[in-house]
Design a binder for this molecule. Structure first.
Ligand SMILES: O=C(O)CCC(=O)C(=O)O
Length: 412
């Protein structure tokens, strides 16, 4: 049997340890190529889980029957060696998908653009689901929905006010993006075959006529991630419509994926800055930038150290994209204390304190550390975070179900 695939959004880590292995709660062993399973039902058929996975299952059942993790298993080629092969290539792995030229391009530039990777039909489904979320026809437990409140009185509950849906792992339709075989086959070239979906976003860059900018300052995504190794993390970002300089396409500084992680903070510019939209503090505006002009369905894969951002949307329409950060489950978490990421952790801690009003609980069991691990970009805990939290703190938390309920029922 070979490990043919793994795509999960649920994992366990140990906050007490400075470097913690990313432990998957589920491994899919020996799936036939071409089969994709939807869990938890199917998992039971694969046999009994043991160790931490079994413990987590038991805890989640105890907490709430609704809390069972949504698991999606998608076969990958498993042709790739996740072990770093010294020599020519550092940032890419060989599974026969990328040509030598494509590998070399990513090695040199830190990104790779694949044209027409996602079909119009899939994009239309994502778009429709996004509209339903905007209209509150569906709720996405644990997701952070970022709105421009100033526009609400004019436009009501519509896509005209929603900038972003983040951490949509509990929405089956949007999460389908992270499971598309054509996406995963490329992801595997960067992460290796055991893949975890770490962070998801559907960005709807609003027209900027009223100066309520939704501008992404130049940054490195690794700033938001307390896990490593960086070279086994990749973002896949798909344009849901044409993106160019006019509507705020992605802008990258090629080759910067070889730089270390730089100190980030709020940009010192006139006008609005968005919560947690940090930028590189010493960013040199003269750096040679490339505007990634993309058509609907085009997808760019990029390294988490690549310096990138996006400008304002100067048109009267929206600019939509859907993205996911994937990482190898063979990675580990780091303690960000005394690193450039420490301030972000603090900011997130404060947000969680305010949002959920549970400092005592948090302090008792180290929730705050865990928050940073899972929230990544957003101010809100994701459901999987709380599940992990409960799993860890089972012995000391008596009201885990209540905490979980509070998060799941939160109105965003
Ligand atoms: O989609 C955008 O406008 C920017 C996205 C971005 O910077 C990111 O995903 O890190």
């Amino acid at each position: 049997m070979t490990v043919s695939s793994m795509l999960i959004e649920m994992w366990i880590c140990h906050p007490q340890e400075p470097e913690t292995k990313m432990q998957s709660t589920h491994l899919v062993m020996g799936q036939a190529a071409g089969r994709a399973l939807r869990l938890p039902g199917a998992m039971e058929q694969l046999g009994k889980r043991s160790g931490p996975a079994a413990r987590l299952d038991a805890i989640l059942r105890h907490l709430s029957p609704r809390a069972a993790p949504a698991l999606t298993f998608i076969p990958t080629s498993a042709q790739v060696s996740a072990v770093h092969q010294p020599g020519k290539f550092r940032f890419t792995l060989d599974n026969g998908i990328l040509t030598t030229e494509q590998r070399q391009f990513y090695e040199d530039n830190g990104y790779l653009l694949i044209r027409k990777l996602v079909s119009d039909e899939d994009i239309e489904r994502f778009r429709k689901e996004f509209i339903r979320i905007c209209k509150k026809e569906v709720r996405v437990p644990g997701a952070m929905i970022m709105k421009n409140e100033a526009l609400r009185s004019q436009y009501g509950q519509t896509e005209s006010v929603v900038n972003k849906v983040q951490d949509f792992q509990e929405n089956e339709e949007l999460f389908r993006y992270c499971t598309l075989p054509q996406i995963l086959k490329y992801v595997e070239c960067f992460t290796g075959p055991n893949i975890m979906a770490m962070h998801t976003m559907l960005i709807n860059k609003l027209p900027d006529s009223d100066k309520q900018t939704f501008l992404h300052p130049m940054h490195q995504d690794l700033h938001y991630f307390p896990f490593r190794p960086a070279d086994r993390i990749v973002c896949s970002w798909t344009a849901m419509q044409r993106a160019d300089e006019n509507n705020g396409c992605l802008v990258v500084v090629p080759g910067t994926h070889t730089l270390p992680l730089k100190p980030h903070g709020y940009p010192e510019w006139e006008g609005k800055t968005n919560k947690l939209f940090h930028g590189i503090l010493d960013y040199d505006e003269k750096s040679p930038k490339v505007h990634l002009v993309m058509e609907k369905g085009d997808t760019v894969f990029f390294h988490p150290l690549l310096i990138h951002g996006s400008g304002i949307n100067k048109t009267s329409g929206f600019r939509k994209s859907i993205s996911c950060h994937f990482a190898s489950s063979d990675g580990h978490y780091i303690d960000v204390k005394n690193t450039t990421q420490a301030d972000l952790e603090k900011e997130l801690q404060e947000m969680v304190h305010r949002r959920y009003d549970m400092p005592a609980l948090a302090l008792k069991v180290g929730l705050l550390y865990m928050c940073f691990i899972t929230i990544q970009f957003g101010p809100l805990c994701s459901v999987s975070l709380i599940q992990q939290f409960c799993a860890f703190c089972y012995s000391s938390v008596t009201d885990g179900a209540e905490v979980l309920g509070r998060i799941k029922d939160a109105e965003f």
